[in-house]
Design a protein around this ligand. Structure first.
Ligand code: FRU
Length: 489
């Protein structure tokens, strides 16, 4: 049920008596609660925020509206981990409701300075006429985990030339200077990113727009991120307003990256190549990265999208985060690989080899709803081959490689409860390879598929019945040799 504006912009303590208990009860009866992904205790999860490594632990926050699945009053929910595999749920990180974040503590990022972890985030406010006024705010966490918000915003206004869609600061440090990029909308309704600079995180100087090769590319860019990897500059962002173009840009909003020479922070020139989507599945948005002490560049995203209804809405919750992935730069492209630490979640292991000729075979003894599966197909002469996942009754989620047109397809039209009909229930992309490896992370209501060690990734929510547990292999017009290893999670 849709909430009124008044209902949406309530703090937790303004919940009606029994309201939270009622939500918790609905959630307890939901068949689609995840078993190893980060998900909200109640209400809505959206963007990952403040992803960082601080004093021996990874910290990862997310946008959280506790009281419902609408986009209402956003908090930062706090989780942390020593190994990127098991996350401790710590509750509220940043609480909105102050003068400069009266209508939500919106997305932002974290950086360590002088033994504290600083957060820069967007304070969302609305005035009486419901006009939005964004402020960029600062908070910090001390070594005992106590988080304090600063009284005054550090970027109190939107510079001329931009609308009130001005948010999601991502901070980094180079030499002795802090930089931050923000997602912005120009007054002519096109999206871009702007750059700020600071010596102390408190005083920020507006430098201007990052000069990209995409002057007209959608109406708003959300959640920008900038980092350098192997001497190249990478900008990740979530543009809104792109039209679908064949296999590309099929979701309501996109999330992708451009790679180029490192950003010139003086001229703000960023000479980059084409925009590439990070993910080819149905549910992926607002990715945020961090560097860890080993120098790895790690990425987490929201396994969901704005303005999409999810079947769990009626169960009182929605959204989860993707698994953490490491970014690798290869031949001018980003590969995403699940972090090796996830192996800690592995339980019972099963292996098999199977040759499938023109037909479908149930992998006996491999049924499940939460597992990691590696499926390699070193040789084949079939036209198409692949897997039917979470299969049972009428349901199946189909992952297929077509050797003739060299495309991977993910079809969720029979995955269970359907949703988000926009651009249909099939996503596909080309892959240039002679052998195929699918590395799959299945959870109760999601699947993440890494193709050929992260050359392409399909991340999607699915809502099958708990009884749809089979894994089946198939081939058409020939034979495919499958090598399978699976771990229960
Ligand atoms: C992206 C986004 C951000 C904003 C946040 C609010 O999903 O719209 O731009 O900061 O969500 O929750």
């Amino acid at each position: 049920m849709k909430m009124t504006r008044e209902e949406k912009y309530r703090l937790i303590e303004q919940a009606e008596p029994g309201e939270l208990a009622q939500l918790q009860e609905k959630i307890a009866n939901c068949p689609w609660r995840q078993s190893y992904h980060i998900q909200p205790p109640t209400g809505l999860l959206n963007d990952p925020n403040g992803f960082s490594y601080f004093q021996g632990e990874y910290h990862l926050f997310y946008q959280w509206f506790p009281l419902g699945t609408d986009h209402g009053m956003k908090y930062w929910y706090h989780t942390k981990s020593t190994d990127l595999a098991v996350w401790e749920q710590l509750g509220i990180g940043l609480e909105p409701g102050g003068k400069y974040d009266s209508h939500g503590a919106y997305s932002g990022s974290a950086i360590e300075k002088d033994g504290k972890l600083y957060f820069i985030y967007t304070g969302n406010t609305r005035d009486e006429a419901w006009i939005r006024h964004p402020y960029q705010c600062l908070a910090y966490m001390n070594e005992s985990g106590l988080i304090t918000k600063m009284d005054q915003p550090v970027i109190p206004e939107v510079p001329p030339g931009y609308t009130d869609h001005f948010r999601d600061p991502k901070v980094w440090k180079k030499a002795d200077t802090y930089y931050c990029v923000l997602g912005a909308q120009r007054v002519d309704q096109t999206g871009c990113t702007v750059l700020y600079q600071s010596k102390d995180l408190l005083n920020w100087e507006f430098k201007g727009e990052i000069v990209t090769r995409l002057p007209e590319f959608g109406y708003m860019w959300e959640c920008p991120d900038y980092f350098e990897l192997d001497g190249r500059g990478v900008m990740v962002f979530s543009p809104q307003g792109l039209d679908a173009d064949g296999d590309k840009y099929n979701n309501i909003y996109q999330n992708g990256y451009v790679i180029g020479d490192p950003l010139d922070t003086g001229t703000r020139e960023f000479a980059h190549g084409s925009f590439e989507e990070l993910d080819r599945g149905f549910d992926f948005y607002a990715a945020q990265t961090t560097a860890d002490p080993d120098g790895r560049r790690l990425l987490v995203a929201w396994m969901g999208l704005p303005d999409v209804e999810y079947p769990t809405d009626t169960n009182g919750w929605a959204g989860c985060l993707t698994l953490p992935r490491q970014l690798i730069l290869k031949d001018g492209k980003l590969l995403q690989q699940p972090v090796p630490e996830l192996a800690k979640l592995r339980k019972a292991e099963k292996r098999t080899k199977m040759s499938v000729s023109r037909g479908v075979k149930h992998l006996e003894g491999f049924d499940g709803t939460a597992y990691e599966l590696i499926c390699e197909v070193p040789s084949f002469d079939a036209k198409t081959f692949g897997l039917e996942l979470r299969a049972g009754g009428e349901e199946k989620t189909i992952l297929q490689y077509d050797a003739e047109d060299k495309k991977i397809t993910l079809d969720r039209s029979l995955s269970g409860q359907t949703m988000g009909e926009i651009n249909g229930q099939v996503r596909r992309c080309s892959i240039d390879a002679d052998t195929i490896k699918f590395h799959i992370f299945m959870d109760t209501s999601s699947v993440e598929i890494f193709v050929n060690d992260g050359e392409q990734v399909f991340t999607s929510r699915i809502f099958p019945s708990p009884d749809s547990r089979e894994i089946r292999l198939f081939s058409t017009n020939g034979t495919a040799e499958f090598q399978i290893v699976k771990w229960d999670y």
